[in-house]
Structures are given as structure tokens and as C-alpha cells.
Design a protein. Structure first.
Length: 384
């Protein structure tokens, strides 16, 4: 292979990596601005409005302020691991993006500009889950290295939470893989373009899998109502109690990177990716069609991100026993039943509409069972 052929293969990869490295920090900065504006709207406030028009430069001012802060390292911490932990969290969060299509990508990529670092990888979904699960090490090491009881409690909670919610998230995705016949994300998106308009989206045939996946993924981002590793009412700041300045920002940026990753995955696996009625489904070389498909994908992703942010101001935080009970007593049994029903329907080659009905029935039954359990607990407590 000569240098020209090497460069032909290399330049699309370098551009894709450069886009990720350039865009992710900016997205992290402005995600805080958007969340503060949404919080202000929910609480009938104005939100940030002093720096720049409509407060749009507030994120830049916050970034400059963080970089100029004094970097204090407490004397009682394990210094090397203490400094390493936030780097691990951010690196794993960003490295998971290498297999994630952030734009229209053909199944059989054969060269040219692309919107994914590693296209055509048959196990891209598996690799993403494997890499993203490593982010727990950053939180655990940060809590342990801080040599602080609140930080350690937060790290232990994080470890239990990651292990618990990885299981239902993986089970919910198996159904999507079974329908698409592949673990390649581009193939999964392409399999949702077969219907008339939006009827081919996995949202309609596996609504229960969508709920389980989104709930589990939200728990892995440590966002409310699943922010038990850092809840300030109990643990001061949780695993990042001893962190400040740019070290804290690395943890913060990793969290928002996870939010964007979850939003992209939810859109690609269940909402048809860049497919939409009236938009050509084929990935072509036409820049106009590519721009329109990318706009469709980004609008869907932004909608999921805003929904995640609004949940923070709509739901109270779980107790830790409720958090574990939701995973082991609720989501895992539901995911297994959903997978069994899907396997039976696919084996018998039936139409998939009974699966949508069964998903709704299972979801309602689980809600009634949870309510009955709560009332039973209250009655026993009142008798005691």
C-alpha cells in the first residue's frame, strides 16, 4: 500500500476524530447553559441573561473562570489516582463515541467523508457498551482516592448502580439486535427504514424495550432521579466532594458526554436515526440530502437531551433501596419477558403488532403490581 492509499483511508478518520474532539467540549459548555435556561423556564425564572445577548456567552465566561481557578489538591488524598480518575471518566466517555454515527452513514461504507470514526464494525453496539461501562472506574477511583467517607459512599453506590442497570439495558437492546439481525449500528438504523414513513421505527414494535433502555441508560449517566452517587442532601457532593476547578469540570463534561451518547443511541436504536417521512432514506453523495438527514438526526437528539434535562426538575430522587428494587424487581424481569415474547413472535414469523400490545400490557401490569406492593407495605407498617 503506497502513501496515497494510506492517506485516502486516513483523512476521513482524522476528520471524524477532529469533529468529536472539537465539538464535545463546546457541547458540554452549552449543555449547562441550555439546562439552566430550561430550569429557569420550569421554575418561572429568567435564567442566565447577563453575559452576551440572551446570556448566550455565559457558558464561555464559565469556561474561562474554571480554567483560571486555583488548582487545589487536598493533602490527605492519594494524589496520582486522585488526578487520574477524572481523566478516566472523560476518556472512556469520549472513546465510546468512535463507533457512534453522528450523521447519515451507509451500511457498506467504501470511502470518502463519513460521520463515524469506525464505520462498518459488526459489533459496534457491543464495543460501545463495553467502553462506556468502564466509566464507572473513574467514579470509583475518584471516590476511593479522595480518602473521604462521603466520597467513598458515593463511589460504592455508583458501583452497585452501574452493575444493576447494565443488565436490563443489555437485555432491552438484544431485542433490537434480534429484529435487525446485526449488532452494527448503521444496519440497525437501516432496518428501520423499511416501513411506510415512521412505521418501521423500533419505537412502535418495542415500546417496553425503549422504556427499559432509556431508564437504564439514564441511571448510568448519574442524572436525577438516579444521582445517588453524588446527592448533596446525603453525601455533600458524593464521589466528587474533594474535587474542584478543572478536575471537577472533567467529571462534569463526562456526564454531559454520556447524556449526548444516550440521546444518540436512543434516537438511532428506536427513533429511526436520520430517517423521517419525506426525507430520502438512502445515504447518497448529495450534500443537500446529507444535510437534511443530519438535521433530522440532530433535531431528534436535541429533543431527547431536552427531555432528560426536564426530568431533573420533574421527578424526585429515589431512595437507594428503591433504586436497586427498580432494577432487580422491575426492569430485569420486564426485559426478560419482553425478549421471550419477541423471540417467540420472530420464530413463528408472526406480525409484530402483538408485541406492541404485550409491551403495553406488561407495563401496565408492572405498574399495578408496584402500587399493590406499596399499599401492602404501608398497611403492614401501620399495623406494626
Amino acid at each position: 500500500m503506497n502513501w496515497y492509499e494510506i492517506w485516502t483511508e486516513l483523512w476521513p478518520t482524522l476528520i471524524a476524530i477532529g469533529i468529536i474532539l472539537a465539538v464535545v467540549p463546546v457541547v458540554g459548555l452549552y449543555a449547562t447553559f441550555v439546562e439552566r435556561k430550561l430550569a429557569a423556564a420550569v421554575q418561572d425564572r429568567l435564567g442566565p441573561n447577563r453575559v452576551g445577548p440572551f446570556g448566550m456567552f455565559q457558558a464561555i465566561a464559565d469556561g474561562i473562570k474554571i480554567f483560571l481557578k486555583e488548582q487545589i489538591i487536598p493533602s490527605h488524598v492519594h494524589t496520582f489516582v486522585y488526578m487520574l480518575a477524572p481523566c478516566i471518566s472523560l476518556m472512556t466517555a469520549m472513546f465510546a463515541l468512535v463507533v457512534l454515527p453522528y450523521g447519515p452513514t451507509p451500511v457498506n461504507y467504501d470511502g470518502g467523508l463519513r460521520f463515524v470514526v469506525m464505520p462498518g464494525l459488526d459489533i459496534s453496539l457491543l464495543i460501545m457498551f463495553a467502553i462506556s461501562s468502564l466509566s464507572a472506574y473513574g467514579i470509583i477511583l475518584g471516590g476511593w482516592a479522595s480518602n473521604n467517607k462521603y466520597s467513598l459512599y458515593g463511589a460504592i453506590r455508583s458501583c452497585a448502580q452501574f452493575i444493576s442497570y447494565e443488565i436490563p439495558m443489555g437485555l432491552s437492546v438484544i431485542g433490537v439486535i434480534l429484529v435487525a439481525g446485526s449488532m452494527n449500528i448503521e444496519t440497525i438504523v437501516a432496518s428501520q427504514s423499511s416501513g411506510d414513513g415512521i412505521s418501521g421505527w423500533n419505537l412502535w414494535w418495542q415500546p417496553l424495550a425503549l422504556v427499559i433502555f432509556f431508564t437504564s441508560a439514564l441511571a448510568e449517566t448519574n442524572r436525577l432521579p438516579f444521582d445517588l452517587p453524588e446527592c448533596e442532601q446525603e453525601l455533600v457532593g458524593g464521589f466528587h466532594t474533594e474535587y474542584g476547578g478543572i478536575k471537577f469540570v472533567l467529571f462534569f463534561l463526562a456526564e454531559y458526554t454520556h447524556v449526548v451518547t444516550v440521546s444518540f443511541l436512543t434516537t438511532l436504536l428506536f427513533f429511526g436515526g436520520w430517517h423521517f417521512p419525506g426525507v430520502p432514506s438512502e445515504v447518497t453523495a448529495s450534500y443537500g440530502i446529507l444535510a437534511l438527514q443530519m438535521l433530522v438526526l440532530l433535531v431528534k437528539v436535541c429533543g431527547v437531551v431536552c427531555f432528560i434535562m426536564l426530568l431533573r426538575w420533574a421527578l424526585p430522587r429515589f431512595r437507594f433501596d428503591q433504586l436497586m428494587g427498580l432494577a432487580w424487581k422491575g426492569l430485569i424481569p420486564l426485559a426478560m419477558l419482553n425478549l421471550v415474547f419477541l423471540a417467540v413472535i420472530e420464530s413463528l414469523e408472526w406480525h409484530r403488532w402483538p408485541l406492541a400490545v404485550l409491551s403495553v400490557v406488561l407495563f401496565v401490569a408492572a405498574g399495578y403490581w408496584s402500587a399493590w406492593q406499596s399499599q401492602s407495605f404501608v398497611r403492614k407498617a401501620s399495623v406494626a
